[in-house]
Design a protein around this ligand. Structure first.
Ligand SMILES: Nc1ncnc2c1ncn2[C@@H]1O[C@H](COP(=O)(O)OP(=O)(O)OP(=O)(O)O)[C@@H](O)[C@H]1O
Ligand SMILES: N[C@@H](CC(=O)O)C(=O)O
Length: 444
């Protein structure tokens, strides 16, 4: 049995619905289909999820929430009428619109998936199963045991099911959202619950590319990836697969196929526990994100001062800040933090660190981009990392920091935001088959 998840671009309009139906109908083993909310595709420039967030926020600020909601209504009703569906989605839309002033954020924002799934279920003739009926949250996490029992119950009598992604419910029945991109997680959880043979993730690219296709035209496709490599790439910012969606399928050794709804015959990327590696390819994938801040605290022999480190972490936790990386040396520790996390409180955090902890200096650097090269080969051939840094040095890119931590399959460099695209291009050039012949001696 296959679980097939279709992302927002795959269900953005009636034309995209038709492509999904063709794919699903071409293989009867695709018994459970998960969909995101109608997303971006061609003329559709805003995701339904973002319009619902706008509606909720407008109401919270006592502004007109009917305006963004009208766009949601227009898009979904258009899909219904263009496909001649019998769903009567208007009644659901009326009910949701009436509830916005009193409903929770999670309820309002999850309705994009709920409504899109109802439309798709009607179109392809699958039974609609609401994720709130079986994906059960307990203490913030999904309880797989409870969810499995409930899903089995919901599936009784249904051979083919259509499930909305991105949300579940707590034991009291309150809707609980997953992180952004969470429909990937729903699909992965369901694949785990039903012991699927394959988890298909359908999007708008033919698999994971070595580097972001918006930066590298015609970037080479990665044919095979390990779960760990995909997890690291997702953590570092490739939006094509949600990082938290790896674990549920890895646990059951279920392979993932990342495929293109707009070009199903092109094939995609297969993700599994181990892969046959491409000898020529030193770096499997490159990912990154702009806009980090680096807060560095310095003191002689800081690495021996647990008390100081503890106090610094307490200051960050007080502001709900979780550093993404913590490069450290004998006399200094740096906290690398996504700027969006600290934007409002940054000055307060720096002044509290200066006033409350006994250090020689607290330095702040903004506008840092992190770029990661990921490869399972790094663990066996650490010299590759040195070669990569040498290449960046020769191209006059200022590397402010290098982090090679944790999984030891990832090398992260911190560069200026302005050098982000150039760094990705340099790494890409030196990861591809042609260029690697110059440095392949390292792995020989
Ligand atoms: N290395 C990469 N390989 C492939 N795509 C990448 C990579 N890095 C970034 N992307 C971007 O990821 C996009 C696909 O992910 P996205 O989440 O937008 O898809 P989706 O299937 O429409 O899902 P949803 O709208 O539900 O989040 C691609 O269009 C591409 O621009
Ligand atoms: N619709 C949600 C979830 C998803 O697409 O997976 C989002 O835009 O983040």
């Amino acid at each position: 049995m296959k679980v097939a998840k279709f992302g927002g671009s795959s269900v953005a309009d009636a034309g995209q619905f038709k492509k999904v139906a063709k794919i699903v109908k071409s293989d009867p083993t695709r018994r459970i289909v998960v969909v995101s909310a109608a997303g971006k595709w061609q003329a559709q420039k805003i995701k339904v999820t973002d319009l619902l967030i706008d509606s909720f926020n407008a109401n919270a600020k006592q502004e007109d929430f009917h305006q963004p909601f009208a766009i949601v209504r227009h898009r979904l009703v258009k899909i219904q009428s263009e496909l001649g569906l019998t769903t009567k989605i208007e009644a659901d839309l009326d009910e949701i619109e009436a509830k916005i002033p009193s409903a929770t954020y999670d309820y309002v924002v999850s309705r994009g998936e709920y409504l899109t799934a109802k439309l798709m279920a009607n179109y392809i003739g699958y039974s609609f199963i609401d994720a709130a009926k079986f994906i059960t949250f307990r203490d913030g996490d999904v309880d797989l045991g409870a969810s499995k029992r409930k899903l089995e119950n919901e599936m009784l009598g249904s051979r083919f099911a259509l499930v909305p992604g991105f949300y579940g419910a707590d034991e009291a029945g309150n809707i609980k959202l997953m992180p952004r991109g969470g429909s990937d997680i729903t699909g992965a959880i369901i694949a785990n619950l039903v012991d699927a043979d394959l988890y298909e993730n359908w999007t708008d690219v033919s698999g994971v590319k070595v580097a972001d296709p918006r930066i590298i035209d015609h970037s080479k496709k990665i044919d095979e990836l390990t779960y760990s490599e995909l997890q690291e790439l997702s953590y570092m910012g490739i939006s094509v697969f949600q990082e938290e969606a790896v674990e549920p399928v890895r646990e059951k050794h279920i392979p993932i196929a990342i495929l293109n709804t707009n070009a199903p015959s092109e094939g995609g990327t297969i993700v599994a526990s181990s892969v046959i590696s491409d000898k020529q390819q030193l770096v499997t994938g490159i990912a990154g994100k702009k806009n980090y801040v680096v807060i560095s605290i310095k003191k002689h022999q800081l690495s021996r001062r647990m008390d100081i480190l503890q106090s610094a972490i307490e200051v960050l936790s007080k502001f709900n800040v979780m550093p993404n990386f913590l490069p450290s040396g004998n006399d200094a520790v740096s906290f690398l933090i996504d700027f969006n996390q600290v934007e409002i409180d940054l000055d307060k955090i720096v002044s509290e660190l200066k006033s409350k902890i006994d250090v020689d200096s607290v330095d702040l650097r903004k506008n840092i981009a992190l770029v990661a090269a990921v490869s399972a080969k790094f663990s066996k051939h650490p010299a590759i990392a040195g070669k990569i840094l040498e290449k960046l040095d020769k191209s006059d890119i200022d590397v402010h920091m290098v982090v090679q931590e944790g999984s030891d399959i990832k090398l992260v460099v911190g560069v200026d935001n302005d050098d982000y695209e150039r760094t990705i291009r340099e790494l890409y050039l030196n990861s591809s088959e042609v260029a690697t012949s110059r440095i392949s001696a390292v792995i020989a």
